[in-house]
Design a protein around this ligand. Sequence first.
Ligand SMILES: *[C@@H]1O[C@H](CO)[C@@H](O)[C@H](O)[C@H]1NC(C)=O
Ligand SMILES: *[C@@H]1O[C@H](CO)[C@@H](O)[C@H](O)[C@H]1NC(C)=O
Ligand SMILES: *[C@@H]1O[C@H](CO)[C@@H](O)[C@H](O)[C@H]1NC(C)=O
Ligand SMILES: *[C@@H]1O[C@H](CO)[C@@H](O)[C@H](O)[C@H]1NC(C)=O
Length: 422
Amino acid sequence: MAAGLLLKVVGFCVWALFWLGGQSATVTPTAGEAFAGGEAVVVDARSAIAVTDEDFVCATLDWWPPDKCDYGTCSWGLATLLNMDLSNKILLNAVKAFSPLKLRLGGSLQDMLIYDTGDSQQPCTPFVKNTSAMFGFSQGCLPLHRWDELNAFFKESGGSSVQFSGVDDHLIDKILNPSYLDGMTSTFSNLQGILKSAGTSAVAWVGEAGGAYNSGHHLVTDAFVFSFWYLDQLGMSSKYDTKSYCRQTLVGGNYGLLNTTTFEPNPDYYSALLWHRLMGTKVLSTTFNGTNMIRAYAHCARNSDGITLLLINLSGTNTDQIYVTSEGAQTQGSRKEGRGFSHIPGLGKAAVFTREEYHLTPKDGKLQSQQVLLNGNVLATDANGEIPKLEPVQVEGTQPITVAPYSIVFAHIPSFYAPACR
Ligand SMILES: *[C@@H]1O[C@H](CO)[C@@H](O)[C@H](O)[C@H]1NC(C)=O
Ligand SMILES: *[C@@H]1O[C@H](CO)[C@@H](O)[C@H](O)[C@H]1NC(C)=O
Ligand SMILES: *[C@@H]1O[C@H](CO)[C@@H](O)[C@H](O)[C@H]1NC(C)=O
Ligand SMILES: *[C@@H]1O[C@H](CO)[C@@H](O)[C@H](O)[C@H]1NC(C)=O
């Protein structure tokens, strides 16, 4: 079975190893057992490999009119800049919760949009379907009053970081950056292959949903299963030094962070919010030498000590554990290991090592659920449209991290000695 986190100190270098056990379903840890050739997550916390912007998480809003349809489905409804209900409380709270969320306005129709200048020489007419036009619509006009309403909304939600985008400019950034693309494509195809071989019909759609020119697929790109792809994208792209990752979309289409009709957050919304609150800007090299079913990312913690780990388990059968103990913490394991690290600043003998864990699983175990559980409790807005608090469970530092099948865990480890994060 598994052992513990091992801090190897060479000079000022700190390597932390998170050990995975074998295929065991037991919950009781056996602290201090030997690291018998196990699999490990290795975090190099000596220096950051990349740094993201503070507002790395970003989402888009589009201009599509309600009669934008793909493959016979009209998935945009009244969920775009042209027409969405800006007085909806959930919408406002959802943006505010990021204090605020970076928004990118635009999409395919950005270049077809004209702004009402107020002079009545040209009538301000909406987008009209036109099959011979590039994106299926002829030029449309945004009335002045709508523009004012949008600005009022951005102001109220604290959304100072509103940006405009042309046609898929972030996609173009990706295409132009070979290292990014290499990394993305191989990861992506691995992930896709894994999801496919896992054998649910849902997951086969995931790959296609990443494409820029369709509107996603209901009960896939707006369901729990898509958080595997989305968080993996956030993890990968931050590793490749991407400053900001814009999710298409905040709301609208079938891949919104929010439900198109109710604005109730979809699972990816909570994934994004946890990332935003827990993952700092400094990215730490993180490797895992076991099964590719485990995806692991680590950043310096956001506005806090130590690091935050993101662990994604794409496998669906047993439950395994990642042991996290620290020699500096004077755990059983460390005493057995027989190394003294009391000289490491910040790792005092009496320090209490607890960490905060956030476990995300789908409701009723259904990957295609549009509801997500945080530590076993369903996440939903209350009657006032307030976004729920995202409460962690406190776990003693010597306990292993259990990553259930098909689940996602954020673990904030404040006591983790990470020179890169000072
Ligand atoms: C994983 O890495 C650790 C630490 O370097 C090593 O001890 C272990 O044997 C490796 N396991 C595998 C399966 O390669
Ligand atoms: C439709 O789009 C084509 C190509 O942009 C344009 O030439 C034509 O005038 C448009 N038709 C209408 C009715 O706007
Ligand atoms: C939005 O939520 C409603 C109510 O839960 C649900 O019936 C509908 O399928 C959701 N729409 C989308 C596009 O997810
Ligand atoms: C992930 O899930 C698989 C199968 O469900 C399990 O065997 C594995 O140990 C889990 N991994 C971790 C790190 O918990």
